[in-house]
Structure formats: C-alpha cells, structure tokens
Design a protein around this ligand. Structure first.
Ligand code: SF4
Ligand code: SF4
Ligand code: FES
Length: 294
C-alpha cells in the first residue's frame, strides 16, 4: 500500500491574501522522494499556482533553498521523511514575493558591495600560470553554489544585516586567497564585521557542500586581520588579557562552585553508568547558578 504523509506549506500572495497561512497537502510517498519532488507533486496534483524556485534539480544552481522543518536547506538534495510531517517555509530575513519565493535583493546588494570578482590593477599581457599549490586552500570554499541557506540559518544575520552572513564572508575569504586579487580583502572583512560571527557552525552544519566556513573563512580572515595589526574585538582582548595575566580565561575570584559544593555525594540506585561533569572556568566562577541547577 502506498504510504502517505502530510506536507504543510507556507502560502502568501500579497496581491490577494491579508496574511500568510499554512496549507496542508497529502503526499503519496515514493522511495527517494526529495523536498523538491514534494513541491512538484503539490503543483502537479493540487495547485499549479504554488510558487517556488528551482532549476537544475541536481544541487548545483542554488536556487531551491527553503526552510524544511525550520532549517534552511536546498530542496532538491533534502530527502522527505514519510514518517514525519513536513513543514515548508521561505528563507528567513528576506521579504516574501509569493509562497516560497523570496526577494533576494538584500543578498545581491551585499554581494555587490564586496565586489565579488577577482580585482586586477592591470590587464594581464600574457596568459598567467596559476600553480595547483596556489589555489589548494581555495578548493573547498570555492564549492559554494550561493543558495543562501546559510544566511537564513545564521543567528547573527537574524539579529542584524550589519553582518552580511556566512556566504558573503566566505566569498571575501575566497578572494583573499586568490593570488590574482589585488583588493584589501582583510580591510573589507573588518568593515563587514567579521568579528561578529560567533563561530557557532550552524552554517557549516547545513551547507549542502559542507563548507567549513567558520574555520576556512571567518577564522582565516580574523587571523589575517591580527597579522595586519587590527585590534582584537573587545571581548577577545579581555579574554587574552586574562589568560596572559592569570593563565585562565576567567580570573579566580571568591569561592569556586566546586569548592562551595564541598564533597557531598548523591547516590543513585541501580546506576546505568557514570557521568563526569567538567565545570570549566565559566561555570566554576561566572555562572555558578547554572552549575547548581545541573
Ligand atoms: S558560524 Fe558564524 S557565520 Fe556561521 S552561522 Fe554561526 S554566526 Fe553565522
Ligand atoms: S556556503 Fe553553503 S549554504 Fe552557504 S550559500 Fe554556499 S553552498 Fe549555500
Ligand atoms: S534545483 Fe538547483 S540546487 Fe536545487
């Protein structure tokens, strides 16, 4: 018997709807079905006016990113799970044009602002030889298909567009690593608030190309900024000062959580295993109430 599951899809047509709403559809599951297949099924079987973007269907064009159960992903490379309800929404931080189609002009504006091409100071007179070792570090960050899924998932972009987001910071790093590019990409990264990233790795986790943006772009640009003499961000400077002065990221003060707890033992009947809890400096000194709650 064919298995069916529910897909709940964000709908909004600014020309005719007062507010967005979700519409539920029953989907007949087929083995290997992707989220894009689900959308095409809905368009074919229920409503040809459902709007969404797609093109290559092969994880290359970057046009099909939507939020799948709250996490932005490319639809053509995300498998539908027939055992759970599928909730599909447009990317966050971008105005909705219709249904799952968003206005990408904020992204385009930020991309154009960083001049996303190899900048030259003169026209090469001869064919230039680029050696493999010169572009080795570029290989991974060059794989980006500009789907914008990472922008939609970045907690800093959620707070402010002052930070242009992982996709664009990645592009700055790509150009910084290109031996032909003559722009000061490190200064550009500082202007684009590269220190605002928390290195939470959300962008890396959801990237369809698995690009390690925090390590290969954010931390690379920060390291180059330090080499170039730019000051550290305020919090990082305080952290460094503390390590230099005390050997600890959080200076010792008052009584540590562990010292305050004494040696009381809490025995559990029939324990299934032993758990070690490392409090670290933060819980030990700054966040003692969190440690006690645990
Ligand atoms: S690691 Fe940085 S760029 Fe990536 S999602 Fe987190 S805050 Fe955003
Ligand atoms: S870095 Fe990954 S998630 Fe971000 S735009 Fe590029 S391919 Fe998409
Ligand atoms: S349709 Fe091209 S990446 Fe999904």
């Amino acid at each position: 018997m064919t298995k069916t599951f529910k897909a709940s899809v964000f709908r909004y047509n600014p020309d005719s709807d007062d507010a967005p709403y979700f519409q539920d559809f029953d989907i007949e599951y087929e083995s290997g079905m992707t989220v894009l297949d689900v959308l095409l099924y809905i368009q074919d079987k229920y409503d040809s006016s459902l709007a969404f973007r797609w093109e290559c269907r092969g994880g290359q064009c970057g046009s099909c990113a939507v939020r799948v159960n709250k996490i932005a992903r490319i639809a053509c490379r995300t498998k539908a799970d027939p055992d759970e309800k599928l909730v599909l929404e447009p990317l966050e931080k971008m105005p909705v044009i219709k249904d799952l189609v968003t206005d990408m002009s904020q992204v385009t504006y930020r991309l154009r602002r960083i001049r996303p091409y190899v900048a030259r100071d003169k026209v090469p007179q001869h064919p230039e030889i680029i050696h493999a070792h010169q572009i080795e570090k570029l290989r991974e960050i060059r794989k980006c298909i500009e789907c914008s899924a990472c922008l939609s998932n970045c907690p800093i972009v959620h707070e402010t567009w002052d930070y242009p987001g992982p996709m664009i910071i990645r592009q700055i790093a790509r150009l910084e690593l290109d031996p032909r590019d003559v722009e000061d990409r490190v200064a550009m990264a500082m202007n684009e608030m590269v220190y605002t990233c928390t290195t939470c790795k959300m962008c890396e986790d959801i990237c369809p190309k698995k690009i390690k943006i925090p390590a290969l772009a954010v931390e690379l640009l920060r390291a180059k900024a330090v080499e170039a003499g730019y000051p550290l961000a305020e919090g990082q400077q305080a952290f460094l000062d503390s390590v230099n002065a005390t050997g600890r990221s959080v200076p010792e003060k008052d009584t540590s959580l562990l010292a305050g707890l004494g040696t009381e033992e809490f025995l559990v009947k029939n324990p299934r295993g032993r758990v070690g809890f490392f409090t670290g400096c933060l819980i030990d000194y700054r966040m003692q109430s969190t440690g006690k709650a645990l």
